[in-house]
Design a binder for this molecule. Structure first.
Ligand code: NAD
Length: 262
């Protein structure tokens, strides 16, 4: 990855330093350094295997038992179970400790922000979490580990123990509606931000991507951190192109000796 532009980094640090209500919006790119692939980056799951997109679609999941069996097998082997938070997640914790993190909206389902130590009350998981399962019929929610144990014990597509319904991870698949209170909260905090920093997302998944123009329309400055162009670069005040693990400690960690003005 190219080294980040110093002038742009200084401008972004200035915006972050002056802000009192910072909203951070993260996507899959913040977790790739923890060994969890994104979907659309150069090594993304869908970039390498376009057929994998099918398993993420709720209509295929509900209609096709083979899709569910394959999904349970890939859940068993998911890299997220053993992944550790990386420098990017830890830098967001430094920002929280400065008292100016208003909210953390994440599209990620891996739970790594909470594992890094962020106050869970500040985290808005718009696409849910893989750490829990949910029955599609009755809504019963329980720890994912309980379901994975049933798969290991020989049930390739374990049904809900309460109602017999189809069970999936407690995540929002493509084609599935978001939880209204959760996405509403994401929009509300975006309206309240004085700076919104979008990290590691192509900003192509809606409606969460709308947080960016919404914040901008309410007067927030927008900073984008991503290795590749995003759909919102044209409305950003600063675009930092480069490695998240290198950029975030400089942007969010006060007193870090890697900051441009230290
Ligand atoms: P995306 O896959 O569309 O885009 C990720 C972006 O991050 C890419 O542009 C890529 O170039 C960039 N990137 C990857 N690693 C980077 C790094 N180290 N430094 C800088 N940039 C880096 O991701 P998205 O916009 O979040 O959309 C994917 C959807 O799939 C989300 O809605 C999310 O729910 C889900 N998802 C989640 C996870 C996870 O929880 N870790 C992983 C894959 C997908």
């Amino acid at each position: 990855m190219d080294a980040v532009n110093r002038e742009q980094l200084e401008s972004a640090c200035g915006l972050v330093d002056e802000a009192q209500r910072i909203v951070v919006l993260t996507g899959a790119g913040i977790s790739t350094d923890s060994g969890i692939p994104d979907f659309r980056g150069p090594n993304g799951v869908w970039t390498k295997n376009p057929a994998a997109e099918k398993a993420s679609n709720i209509s295929y999941y509900l209609a096709e038992p083979e899709v569910r069996r394959a999904a349970w097998q890939s859940r068993l082997e998911a890299s997220a179970w053993s992944a550790e938070p990386n420098r990017g997640h830890l830098a967001v914790v430094d920002l929280e400790r400065s008292g100016r993190l208003h909210a953390l909206i994440t599209q990620n389902i891996d739970g790594l922000h909470q594992r890094a130590g962020i106050d869970p009350d500040l985290v808005i998981e718009v696409h849910g979490t893989i750490w829990y399962s949910r029955c599609w019929e009755c809504g019963d929610r329980r720890l994912m580990e309980e379901m994975l144990q049933r798969v290991r014990n020989g049930e390739p597509d374990p049904a809900c123990e309460l109602c017999g319904g189809i069970v999936k991870s407690d995540t929002i698949s493509f084609g599935q509606s978001l939880i209204p209170e959760v996405i509403d909260r994401a929009m509300k905090v975006s309206e309240q931000a004085d700076v919104l920093v979008a990290i590691g997302s192509t900003l192509s998944v809606y409606p969460v991507a709308n947080c960016v123009p919404l914040a901008k329309s309410r007067g927030a400055k927008v900073v984008i951190v991503n290795a590749e162009p995003t759909e919102m670069d044209d409305i950003a005040d600063v675009v930092l192109r480069g490695s998240i693990g290198e950029i975030l400690p400089q942007l969010f960690s006060p007193g870090s000796n890697t900051r441009p003005n230290q």
